[in-house]
Write a protein of this length. Structure first.
Length: 410
C-alpha cells in the first residue's frame, strides 16, 4: 500500500431498513456492520460512510471529496437507489480503480453496470463469511496493483487524467470540546478526544508533554505542545506579560541534574508552574529524538510513551493526589513529522490496552489533544473502527470559562 495515500475506504450504500426491487426489507446497517466494515478492517483501511463524517459544513461537499480522495470505495447497489448510482458515477469519473460493487444475491443489475464485476452476498452465516473474504481479497488485489482499472470511463478513455484541486487546509479547532468513548470491557473508564485552546481546558489532572531525549523544552514561540506548556506555566510580568520566571523548564532542568540525555519513553514529573487549569502535574515524556542537520523524528515504538506515562500515574506520589485523568498529545506528530493516522492508532491501542489490563487503576479518563478538524476526523474513524472495545458515550462534564457544561459524545 502506498504510504502517501490516505487509509480511507468510502462506503456508498443505503442506510437503515430499505426494500429491494422485489419488496423484501433489508437492514443495510447490519450489512455494513457484519460484512462491509469487518472486510475493510481486515485490509488495514478505515471504513467511512457519510453518517460517520463529523465535520461541520455541507455533507454533499464532504461526500464528493471522499469519493475523490479515498483509496477505495465500496458500493452496494442492491436497491438500485439513484443516489447510490449517482455517487458511483462520480467515483468512476474521478478514479480509474479500486471501486468495489456489491449486491444482494439475486439482484438484477441495470444495463450500464451489468458487465461489471460485482460481489454477491447473502445474509446467512456462510454467505456473510464468503462475502467478507471476497471483498477483502478484491481490495488487497487492487491495493497491490495500482494500475488496475475497474472504471468503464478510464477503460474507454485511455490516458484520461483528472486534475485535482488544492487539498483542503486543516482548520485549527479553538472551541473546547470533549468527545468520549466508553470502554466496553471496563465500565467507568473513558478514552476521549479533546479540542480547544489549551489555556481554556480545565479537565485533566495530568498534562503530558512530548519532549526530546535531551529534555529541553521548546521555545515559547513554537507551536508544539512543549512550547505551549512552557509558556502557559511560566511566571509573567503583571503589566507587560513577558516571561520573568521559566518555572516548568527550570524545574525540568533541575530534575535532569548533570544528565544530558534520557532513554526513549522516560517520564520526568514536574509541577504545573503558573498553569491555571486545575492541572496537578506535568509528565515530560521522551518521545522524539534529534540529529544534527536532520531535525527531530519519533522514537521507535511510540506507543511505549503512552504506557510509560500511565504507569507513572499509578505511582504512590501521584495516586495520593487523587489524580484520575490524563491529557496526552498524539506523540510524534508535531515537529517530528509522524503520521497522525499511524501514531493515533498506536497511542489509542496502548491506552485501551492499559485501561483494560488495569481495571482498578486510579486513571479512569484518558484524553488525547486534537489540533485540527482533519485530525479529529481521523481519530473518530479509528475509534469507531474498534466497536468491540469502545462505544460513543456521554462522559464527564467539561469546565469552560467558569461554567459547567455538558459536552456531547461523538
Amino acid at each position: 500500500m502506498d504510504p502517501g495515500l490516505n487509509r480511507n475506504c468510502f462506503v456508498i450504500m443505503p442506510y437503515g431498513r430499505k426494500e429491494n426491487i422485489d419488496g423484501n426489507a433489508i437492514d443495510f446497517d447490519e450489512i455494513y456492520k457484519w460484512i462491509i466494515r469487518p472486510a475493510i478492517a481486515s485490509t488495514g483501511l478505515v471504513s467511512l460512510r457519510c453518517d460517520d463524517i463529523d465535520l461541520p459544513g455541507p455533507i454533499h461537499k464532504q461526500m464528493i471529496r471522499h469519493i475523490f480522495e479515498d483509496q477505495v470505495a465500496v458500493v452496494d447497489t442492491t436497491t438500485l437507489n439513484p443516489n447510490v448510482f449517482y455517487e458511483l458515477g462520480v467515483r468512476h469519473a474521478l478514479k480509474k480503480g479500486l471501486t468495489i460493487l456489491l449486491k444482494l444475491k439475486g439482484t438484477t443489475s441495470p444495463f450500464n453496470t451489468a458487465g461489471m464485476k460485482c460481489i454477491e452476498y447473502s445474509t446467512n452465516p456462510q454467505g456473510v463469511e464468503d462475502a467478507k473474504d471476497e471483498i477483502a481479497t478484491l481490495m488487497n488485489s487492487g491495493l497491490n496493483n495500482p494500475d488496475h482499472i475497474d472504471s468503464l470511463v478510464y477503460d474507454v478513455l485511455q490516458g484520461l487524467v483528472v486534475q485535482a484541486g488544492p487539498p483542503a487546509r486543516p482548520k485549527r479547532l479553538t472551541k473546547v470540546d470533549v468527545f468520549n468513548y466508553s470502554l466496553t470491557k471496563s465500565p467507568g473508564k473513558f478514552l476521549g478526544l479533546m479540542t480547544g485552546e489549551r489555556e481554556l481546558i480545565k479537565q485533566a489532572d495530568i498534562w503530558v508533554n512530548s519532549e526530546n531525549l535531551d529534555m529541553q523544552m521548546d521555545r515559547y514561540y513554537g507551536t508544539s505542545t512543549s512550547a505551549t506548556i512552557r509558556y502557559l506555566g511560566a511566571k509573567k510580568h503583571p503589566v507587560s506579560g513577558r516571561v520573568v520566571e521559566d518555572l516548568i523548564a527550570d524545574e525540568l532542568a533541575s530534575r535532569m541534574g548533570l544528565e544530558k540525555q534520557v532513554e526513549p519513553a522516560t517520564v520526568i514529573v514536574t509541577g504545573p508552574g503558573e498553569l491555571r487549569n486545575q492541572v496537578g502535574f506535568i509528565f515530560h515524556v521522551a518521545a522524539v529524538k534529534g540529529e544534527p542537520r536532520e531535525g527531530y523524528r519519533p522514537v521507535e515504538r511510540i506507543e511505549r510513551c503512552v504506557t510509560a506515562a500511565l504507569r507513572r500515574a499509578e505511582a504512590e506520589d501521584i495516586r495520593m493526589q487523587n489524580a484520575s485523568s490524563i491529557l496526552f498529545p498524539i506523540f510524534g506528530t508535531g515537529p517530528a513529522g509522524g503520521s497522525v493516522e499511524d501514531h493515533a492508532e498506536r497511542c489509542f491501542t496502548a491506552a485501551l490496552d492499559y485501561l483494560e489490563l488495569n481495571p482498578t487503576g486510579s486513571i479512569s479518563q484518558i484524553y488525547f489533544y486534537i489540533w485540527t478538524d482533519q485530525d479529529l476526523e481521523i481519530c473518530h474513524r479509528i475509534l469507531r473502527g474498534k466497536p468491540a472495545r469502545v462505544t460513543a458515550a456521554s462522559g464527564p462534564k467539561q469546565e469552560k470559562d467558569g461554567d459547567r457544561i455538558d459536552r456531547v459524545s461523538a
